[in-house]
Design a protein around this ligand. Structure first.
Ligand SMILES: *Cc1c(COP(=O)(O)O)cnc(C)c1O
Length: 395
C-alpha cells in the first residue's frame, strides 16, 4: 500500500496522500460529512455488497480518516491501518476481536490503567483468565501459555517503570503456539520502535500522545495484516462504533508530519533531564529505557532507536513529599497524558495507576515516591531549573 519512500522522515510527510486527487490541495481536505450519495440504486447495492469500492457512511470509512490510516500503515510497515475515537477504543476493539468467553490472555507485567480495567471487566463478564509475566525468558513465556491462550498483549517500555520486553523473542515463542502478539506502541511511536518488523502481529497506538503531539485530540490507531484489520473494521469498529472524526484525523495528519523532529527533541531532552536527576541528592532512582542501570538496557539498545521522552524517578520521602514536589513546580504542568510540547508530570500511584490494587501496584514497582515525567519540547535547561528548584525545597 502506497509505500514510496524508504526514510520515515520523508514517508511521514508524503506517503498516503495524493494532492493531485484533491484538486492540488497541499493540506488534505476535511470531509466533514456523515454520508455519501450514490449515483443510482444499483450503485448503492454494489457498494453494500463490496463489489464496488467507494464510501457509504462515515462510520464505515471517510476519506480524511483513510489518509491517516494509510500513513500509519506505511510507518509501521503493516498492511492496513485503522483509526478509532480513542486509544481505548482501539485496545478494546482488538482484544474483543481476538478473544472469546473462557479464553486466556497473557500480558506484560505492567499495563495502561484502563487496559487493566478492561481486562478485569472481560475476566468477570466472560469468565476469562488474565496472567501477567515479565517475559524475561523463552521458558518463562512457555510456562505461562495455556491451550486457551488467545492473545499475548505487551506494552514496552512498561509505563511507568520503563522495564522492557524483548519483542523479537516473544514473537518467536508465540509463533510456536500460533498466538497473536499485540503491542501497544504508544510510548515509542513507529519512529523509535517497529514491532511488526520484529515479528509481532498487531500494533496499537493511543494517537492522543506523541502522534498527535499537541495535546488537542483523543484518538487511537491499529495496524496489522489486512485480513485481521479488515475483520476489526467490519466488527468491533463498525458495530461498537468508536470511529475517529474527520477533523481529528486532520489534526493527526498535521501532527504526524513533525513526529521525527519532535521525537528527536523529546529524546534529547529526556536524556539530559535523566542525567541531572541521577545526580540530585533528593532523587533515589531514575528509570529510562536507554539508561545503563536499567536491567533491560540491552533490549532497549536492540529494539529502540532512541530512549524516548518519558522518564520516571523516585524521590526521597513519601506520598506527601511527592505531592509537595509536584505542587512546587512552576512551569511543568501537573497532568496525565504524555507526548505533548509541554512537559507534563504526574504521580502514578494516585493518578494513572490508582485503579490498580495496591498489592499489584507494589509488585509492578509503582511506589508512593514514584513520579512520571513526560519531557516536553522546551529548552532542557528550563525544564531542569524547574525540577531542581522543586527538588531543592524537599526536606
Ligand atoms: C493513553 C494511553 C492509552 C489510552 O489511550 P486514550 O487515547 O487515552 O484512550 C493506551 N495505552 C497507553 C500506553 C497510553 O499511554
Amino acid at each position: 500500500m502506497g509505500k514510496k519512500y524508504k526514510h520515515i522522515e520523508t514517508a511521514i510527510i508524503h506517503d498516503g496522500y495524493e494532492d493531485k486527487e484533491m484538486l492540488g490541495s497541499l493540506a488534505p481536505p476535511i470531509f466533514q460529512t456523515s454520508t455519501f450519495t450514490f449515483d443510482s440504486a444499483e450503485q448503492g447495492e454494489l457498494r453494500f455488497s463490496g463489489k464496488e469500492d467507494g464510501y457509504i457512511y462515515s462510520r464505515l470509512g471517510n476519506p480524511t480518516v483513510t489518509i491517516l490510516e494509510k500513513k500509519i500503515a506505511t510507518l509501521e510497515n503493516g498492511e492496513r491501518g485503522l483509526a478509532f475515537s480513542s486509544g481505548m477504543a482501539a485496545v478494546s476493539a482488538v482484544l474483543i476481536a481476538l478473544s472469546k468467553a473462557n479464553d486466556h490472555i497473557l500480558c506484560s507485567s505492567g499495563l495502561y490503567g484502563c487496559t487493566f480495567g478492561l481486562l478485569t471487566m472481560m475476566k468477570d463478564k466472560y469468565n476469562m483468565k488474565v496472567d501477567f509475566s515479565n517475559m524475561d525468558t523463552e521458558e518463562e513465556i512457555r510456562s505461562k501459555v495455556k491451550p486457551e491462550t488467545a492473545v499475548i498483549y505487551i506494552e514496552t517500555p512498561i509505563n511507568p517503570t520503563m522495564r522492557l520486553v524483548d519483542l523479537e523473542m516473544v514473537s518467536k515463542v508465540a509463533k510456536e503456539f500460533d498466538i497473536p502478539v499485540v503491542v501497544d506502541n504508544t510510548f515509542s511511536t513507529p519512529y523509535l520502535q517497529k514491532p511488526l518488523d520484529l515479528g509481532c502481529d498487531v500494533v496499537i497506538h493511543s494517537a492522543t500522545k506523541y502522534i498527535g503531539g499537541h495535546g488537542d485530540v483523543i484518538a487511537g490507531l491499529v495496524v496489522g495484516k489486512k485480513e485481521f484489520v479488515d475483520k476489526v473494521a467490519l466488527t468491533t469498529l463498525k458495530d461498537f462504533g468508536g470511529v475517529m472524526s474527520p477533523f481529528d484525523a486532520w489534526l493527526l495528519i498535521r501532527g504526524l508530519k513533525t513526529l521525527p523532529l519532535r521525537m528527536d527533541r523529546h529524546c534529547e531532552n529526556a536524556k539530559k533531564i535523566m542525567e541531572h536527576l541521577k545526580n540530585h541528592p533528593k532523587v533515589d532512582n531514575v528509570f529510562y529505557p536507554h539508561e545503563s542501570t536499567n536491567p533491560d538496557f540491552s533490549i532497549g539498545k536492540k529494539q529502540m532507536r532512541k530512549g524516548g521522552g518519558m522518564v520516571s524517578f523516585e524521590i526521597k520521602g513519601n506520598k506527601k513529599d511527592a505531592q509537595q514536589f509536584l505542587n512546587a513546580l512552576s512551569m511543568i504542568k501537573i497532568a496525565v497524558s504524555l507526548g505533548d510540547a509541554e512537559s507534563l508530570i504526574q504521580h502514578p500511584a494516585t493518578m494513572t495507576h490508582a485503579v490498580v490494587p495496591e498489592e499489584s501496584r507494589k509488585k509492578m514497582g509503582i511506589t508512593d515516591q514514584l513520579i512520571r515525567l513526560s519531557v516536553g519540547l522546551e529548552a532542557w535547561p528550563d525544564i531542569w531549573d524547574d525540577l531542581k528548584q522543586a527538588l531543592d525545597q524537599l526536606k
